[in-house]
Write a protein that binds this ligand. Structure first.
Ligand code: NAP
Length: 251
């Protein structure tokens, strides 16, 4: 049920962190994977090496999702290299901490563009080929901040909350085409973006106290949920927000 044999997956922001773990799991379960980063980097090379260990035809693509037209170009590059994606995980995001009264317009726009608009654009670019073959998986990556917004990340949190609404809307419209649309929501994961904050023992203790399982997640903790949503095991799951947050969203 969880096999991705013969599938092609594009995972944005998979040079590092959660996206990298999802990409590796997809390759391990048989998919050919297009990993992605903003630009060429050692991290992207390492992620590509990870997936190629399981799936030698896998490739790396690059592009800044803050730029107009980037989503379509990234999908086109993945399609040219391995064929049209059957699985699209829109994982890349931009997250800025700042008191809400000080947020500049450009910074708000960039977060909405990369986190929300680019997800819609990636879905738009991938859907036609999925519908044609009557099988596809569209996954956005949200955040526990959809329900527990951080005081200093109001735009980021709102951009993620918008994804929850988007998947409910699209799921109604594309189910008959064999395509599911879901939103995977991480809680607090020990990835690069949190390294500095979680290295502060006082802050880390405070955050841990808000998580029912009393631990931070590792990137691999998101992989099982992604596999469920993107394999035949998830055939009947669409329009949902699946939190992988150690219970933080209900605490
Ligand atoms: P991460 O380690 O910070 O990695 C982010 C990835 O996104 C990198 O591969 C980066 O590319 C790419 N990226 C950043 N800006 C981009 C842009 N403008 N255009 C295209 N790609 C861009 O991320 P993470 O912590 O694993 O988070 C992954 C997802 O989970 C994000 O959507 C995040 O909002 C969500 N999430 C994370 C947490 C958490 O605790 N970590 C919690 C809730 C939700 P480069 O490697 O080339 O820089």
């Amino acid at each position: 049920m969880f096999s991705l044999e013969g599938r092609r997956a594009l995972v944005t922001g998979s040079a590092r962190g959660i996206g990298r773990a999802i990409a590796r799991a997809f390759a391990e379960y048989g998919a050919t994977v297009a990993v992605h980063g903003v630009r060429a980097s050692d991290a992207l090379d390492q992620s590509l090496a990870d997936v190629r260990a399981f799936s030698p035809r896998s490739v790396a693509v690059t592009g800044d999702l803050g730029e107009p037209g980037a989503a379509a170009k990234i999908v086109a590059a993945a399609t040219a290299a391995v064929g049209a994606p059957d699985i699209m995980v829109a994982n890349a995001s931009v997250q800025v901490r700042r008191p809400w009264l000080e947020i500049p317009w450009e910074e708000a726009l960039q977060q909405m563009q990369v986190n929300f608009h680019a997800t819609l654009q990636l879905f738009q670019a991938c859907f036609p080929a999925m519908a044609k073959q009557k099988w596809g998986r569209l996954v956005s990556v949200g955040s526990v901040q959809e329900v527990r917004p951080h005081n200093e990340m109001p735009v980021y949190a709102a951009s993620k909350a918008a994804l929850e609404n988007l998947v409910r809307n699209l799921a109604k419209q594309v189910g008959a085409d064999g395509v599911t649309v879901n939103n995977l929501c991480p809680g607090v994961f020990a990835t690069d973006r949190n390294a500095e904050a979680l290295n502060n023992p006082v802050y880390a203790g405070l955050v841990r106290g808000k998580i029912p399982v009393r631990d931070f997640a590792q990137p691999e903790d998101a992989a099982g949920a992604a596999l469920l949503l993107c394999s035949d095991a998830g055939r009947y799951i669409t329009g949902v927000t699946l939190r992988v947050d150690g219970g933080m969203g209900v605490a």
